[in-house]
Design a protein. Sequence first.
Length: 156
Amino acid sequence: MASSVYIETSVISYLVARTSHDVVTAARQAITAEWWNERRQSFDLFISALVEEEIASGELDAASRRLHAVSGIPSLAVSDRAEELAGKLIVAGALPIGSPEDALHIGIAAANGVEFLLTWNFKHINNAQTKAAIAEVIEGQGFLCPILCSPEELGD
């Protein structure tokens, strides 16, 4: 049975965006495309209603490319339990009060038992200083914390 992966919005954005002139961003885009084309088949992929909402916003052509990229990937609902976990992450200070969507991505993945949360969000999600606090909150609620990682970190 393949490992499950929740694809957070930043991954889809990097996948379909026009190549950046910023060296770091361009490298992340290339890594994302490589992972998507060569490794994603090794995993059971999931997005959520929140991801769908986020990728549908913005410039129409870009939103269309993002939505097309995830067509066929099962979407997890935003359950009451996921929202509760997200709230607990904020209250505990594991994520800042101004980042409820970031907390909700983690809550959705955890509430659905997804093994990995794939993201390029190093500010609030895949952050060495916050990972332990996130895991403590999620596991304190009786859930396994998904492994928070970037496409570069997730092999097959």
